[in-house]
Design a protein around this ligand. Structure first.
Ligand code: NAP
Length: 553
């Protein structure tokens, strides 16, 4: 192995987190390289090219906050920017800061093994090449391991078929085509709203409906963008102070202090506002109080009934097994109106299950559907999926997928006991999955950068989260779920995925910190300021990091 393959730090993944992480490390002059399995950078915004793919976050709250110059230069053209533009933005950032020279593409890491004697990780890439590093930072994305259903005959289909994550780079001809789509999560809902008026026929195979509310996208003019630029400090401060990492703050007037009429008037406003306002700007009670949740659920159900002309279809689109906000809320554009079109058909596969896929389409218990294209919008093995797909062996060869078999356990989602010198961005039990992603990412990356800067300066060889610290954090994470109604929902926030063994139920899995981005940043910042007592450095019982210069929040 050449020295070119040995580095102080290897970062895995060139998505939103990895791009910022490699910038921070190389700015400090560290010998760091980023390995990316794809042909280019962008992570989720590189892969998800399906029609309708766009931010659910207000664009100007999603961009990086670290460079004033970047904030001044970039013009977000839409309130909720679309995938091609988002990918352009990430490329702009990488080029502006000359980061590509630190990135290797088509470098898919298949395994990483901790070598205790050498105090380093040995990574093996597809093709057999190995790389070594004292420290590894994984930034592999919480939603990067797509999952397909297991349906008889899937391989026999003679038309085009793909998971939304693998949507082809070449344009897919949809015009006049008979398209079937399985899955009505945030992705399916974006696709359906976008393609309903472009395809010949669209058949939606729905198992459980999801709640959804309007995105209310709109263009951002030059003048508006200039205004936004003057507000950036305020915008990021607002996001940092909110549980969700957005500008929307929970309404503190108290659900039960208002009359029903007052609540409805407020919800009318929220429904007409953009993005997650209807959730993040709502009364906190809707997350924890069954009665309050039922009332908002009934309100949204009525909105669906108003928008969908056929009452039978409307009822099928209203979730009955979970309340509003108990699963990650998809935001929609013309989604419900799509079902008013003559070329769009809703098939409830709980009534009429899919039996097989044939060379020409989908057969349910009741009917056969001839199709040209099948779209699988069937979700992800979320949060731990990317880790489970990578063969990670820590101290004494322990596999991380074995350690996390019954659910992940970590220290702040950024380290896990038994895996020294391994740091995670948006890792299991971090706040990233449940809040505006880049806002949480920056806290996470700044923390990792701080630790690695000191490690390099002081020549530390081995850094490991203590078991006691991990136990403490796991308790915090479990507590963060305890009062929330979402623990009863069947979504990826509770580790549910019917296509992944062991994840078919929502029982006892705590994959993400649910206490909110602001609280996470506070706890993480306090731990850093206190010298990260939860981390053991070079085997010392009392080793503490110095108070850290970059701050955690
Ligand atoms: P998802 O929310 O997990 O939805 C998957 C859908 O596929 C569900 O409707 C599920 O039905 C269905 N499904 C899965 N397996 C099936 C099977 N075997 N048979 C029939 N139906 C099946 O996945 P997603 O829509 O890709 O969204 C995942 C996450 O990605 C979102 O929650 C969000 O965080 C992120 N996302 C973000 C954006 C954005 O920010 N703009 C956009 C899209 C997605 P069941 O519910 O019945 O299992």
């Amino acid at each position: 192995m050449s020295d070119a393959n040995r580095h102080d730090v290897i970062v895995i993944g060139a998505g939103v987190g990895g791009i910022y992480q490699i910038k921070c490390l190389t700015d400090l002059g560290m010998d760091a390289i980023l390995l990316e399995g794809d042909e280019d950078l962008g992570g989720t915004w590189y892969r998800n090219r399906y029609p309708g793919c766009r931010f659910d976050s207000e664009s100007y709250t999603y961009g990086y906050s670290f460079s004033r110059e970047l904030l001044e230069e970039w013009h977000w053209k839409e309130r909720f920017s679309s995938q091609p533009e988002n990918l352009k933005y990430l490329n702009y950032v990488a080029d502006k800061f000359n980061l590509r020279r630190h990135m290797r593409f088509n470098a898919y890491v298949e395994s990483m093994v901790w070598h205790e004697n050498d105090r380093e990780w040995v990574l093996t890439l597809t093709g057999g090449e190995t790389c070594r590093a004292r420290f590894v930072v994984t930034s592999m994305g919480p939603l990067s391991a797509p999952t397909l259903p297991d349906i008889e005959g899937m391989d026999s289909f003679e038309g085009e078929s793909f998971h939304t994550f693998w949507w082809p780079k070449e344009p897919v001809q949809l015009e006049g085509k008979r398209v079937g789509i399985i899955g009505t999560g945030a992705t399916g809902i974006q696709v359906i709203g976008e393609i309903a008026d472009k395809v010949g026929e669209l058949t939606v195979f729905q198992r459980r409906p999801n709640w959804s509310s309007p995105l209310n996208n709109s263009p951002i003019s030059e003048g508006e963008m200039a205004q936004i630029r003057t507000r950036y400090d305020e915008i990021f401060a607002n996001c940092a102070a909110s549980p969700s990492g957005f500008e929307h703050l929970p309404d503190r007037r108290g659900f039960w202090n208002l009359t029903r009429e007052e609540r409805v008037a407020f919800w009318d406003e929220l429904y007409a506002t953009s993005g997650f306002a209807i959730l993040a700007g709502n009364f906190s009670e809707i997350y924890v109080d069954e009665e309050a949740n039922k009332e908002i659920s009934d309100y949204i159900a009525d909105r669906i009934r108003q928008r969908v002309h056929d009452p039978e279809t409307a009822e099928k689109l209203i979730p009955k097994d979970h309340g509003f906000g108990m699963q990650r809320l998809p935001l929609e554009t013309h989604y419900f109106e799509a079902y008013n079109r003559e070329n769009v058909h809703l098939v409830d596969i709980t009534e009429s299950p899919i039996e097989r896929i044939t060379p020409v389409g989908i057969e349910t218990a009741g009917e056969s559907f001839d199709l040209d294209i099948i779209i699988y919008a069937t979700g992800f093995d979320a949060i731990t999926g990317a880790y489970d797909r990578l063969d990670i062996r820590g101290v004494e060869g322990q596999e991380s997928r074995a350690k996390w078999q019954d659910g992940p356990t970590t220290y702040f989602g950024f380290m896990t006991h038994g895996y020294p010198n391994l740091f995670m961005i948006a890792g299991p039990q971090s706040a990233s999955g449940a809040s505006n992603f880049p806002r949480a990412i920056e806290v996470n990356v700044n923390g990792v950068t701080n630790v690695l800067e000191q490690a390099t300066l002081q020549g530390w060889q081995r850094i490991e989260a203590r078991q006691t610290a991990e136990d403490w954090w796991v308790h915090q994470v479990e507590e963060s779920y305890s009062k929330l109604l979402l623990r009863k929902g069947k979504g990826w926030f509770v580790g549910y995925n019917s296509n992944v063994k062991g994840h078919e139920t929502n029982k006892n899995r705590y994959p993400a910190y649910q206490g909110g981005g602001a609280r996470f940043a506070k706890l993480f910042g306090e731990a850093m300021d206190d010298g990260f007592r939860g981390i053991k450095i070079d085997g010392q019982a009392e080793s503490r990091l110095k108070p850290l210069p970059h701050g955690g929040s």
